[in-house]
Design a binder for this molecule. Structure first.
Ligand SMILES: [Zn+2]
Length: 374
């Protein structure tokens, strides 16, 4: 159902709709509902309508377009050692994207101030005077409570537990603010690349393991932990204590961090998950075998979820997903163990949205937040 104002705005911004009649047809809304929402969007300075309505030969529909001064969204995707930053127009199209080094272990205040400083620089360099920022958002590589938007017991984020991220950003921006788990953002961005599919699981395989869930085309947050597969217990002959304190979590065996530890114990030096992908491309047997095992373990956890949730698509992204044996092993595990009915039309595929998936997802969610606060 494309009923929200953000959906109408997006239909215009992406060129799919040029008139109120187009919007009614594409959204399924009544003409009167469309008109009401279009008026609100025009009043908010987001849409503009051209044309007088009358012309030779009958009524010419007035043409809708995104207002040139509608504004921009400032979005970030924070990783362990870097941050990806972007300014998007309100259709979600990136105006500029760049990556800067940034140590999350420096703690929340220093990290968030660095992000805000970077936003200010990007806006000064790329946004004409008079065009407003409509919202600010960031992805966090850890669990976020959607009610308070504080970070809750994250791994590998010293000093961040219980930190009120949104409040800190609000001290700098009097704007709608989005704070969201990074895998959720990635899922929201990825969902736009599967327009014919309503139910997706989007796995982020990087330093950690995350998963975002799309139900009926919308991000499903639950109480904040939805999709968190990293601390599911896996079967193992040995016993490894996870960073969370419990033994044998998926993350302790199959995350990029776990694989890097295993490789360094084998005398192979790696500093980030992308290095593992490089080793797999170079056919280093230890790396290939570790990635294959990681894929199998992730796949075994997913088998339960596929039978239970029965998604249309499992999209696998994150820096480790570029290692081909990862997806092959996930697919093999799911195909071997799941009910035939559950896998009959299931696609297990590399994520399509690319490196900016989380930024695009942040833009889509932030636009909705900005419109509901308008
Ligand atoms: Zn754990």
């Amino acid at each position: 159902m494309q009923g929200a104002q953000g959906d109408l705005l997006r239909l215009v911004a992406t060129g799919k709709a040029e008139s109120r009649a187009d919007l009614a047809r594409l959204s399924g809304l009544a003409a009167s509902s469309v008109s009401l929402r279009v008026e609100e969007l025009i009043d908010a300075g987001l849409l503009a309508e051209e044309g007088s309505g009358a012309s030779r030969g009958g009524r010419r529909p007035r043409r809708l377009r995104l207002s040139p001064t509608a504004g921009v969204l400032a979005v970030a995707d924070l990783g362990a050692h870097h941050v990806r930053l972007g300014l998007l127009d309100l259709s979600g199209t990136p105006l500029v994207v760049e990556e800067r080094s940034c140590e999350i272990a420096d703690g929340p205040r220093a990290t968030l101030d660095r992000i805000a400083d970077a936003f200010d620089e990007l806006v000064a360099a790329h946004v004409p005077a008079g065009v407003p920022i409509r919202g600010v958002g960031t992805g966090i590589p850890g669990p976020v409570d959607p009610a308070t938007r504080r970070v809750v017991t994250p791994s590998r984020m010293p000093g961040w537990n219980d930190f009120l991220v949104a409040d800190h950003l609000a001290s700098r921006y009097d704007l709608p603010i989005l704070v969201e788990n990074d895998a959720n953002l990635m899922a929201a961005g990825e969902a736009r690349w599967w327009p014919d599919h309503e139910n997706l699981m989007v796995v982020k395989a990087g330093t950690g393991i995350g998963c975002g869930v799309i139900v009926n085309g919308r991000l499903h947050r639950g109480r904040g932990a939805a999709g968190d597969i990293s601390h599911v217990r896996v079967r193992s002959d040995s016993s490894v204590i996870c960073a969370c304190g419990h033994p044998d979590c998926l993350e302790a065996y199959a995350s990029g961090a776990a694989l890097m530890t295993a490789l360094s114990e084998a005398g192979i030096k790696v500093t980030r998950p992308a290095d593992i992908v490089g080793l797999v491309h170079d056919a280093v047997p230890e790396a290939t075998s570790l990635v294959r095992n990681a894929g199998r373990r992730i796949g075994e956890v997913l088998t339960v979820l596929v039978n239970f949730f029965n998604p249309d698509v499992i999209a696998v992204g994150g820096s480790l997903s570029a290692a081909e044996p990862l997806i092959t092993s996930i697919r093999a595990a799911v195909w071997e163990r799941c009910l035939p009915l559950a896998t009959r039309d299931l696609e297990i595929a590399p994520a399509r949205a690319g490196r900016d998936a989380a930024l695009l997802g942040a833009g889509a969610l932030l636009l909705e937040a900005a419109l509901t606060e308008t």
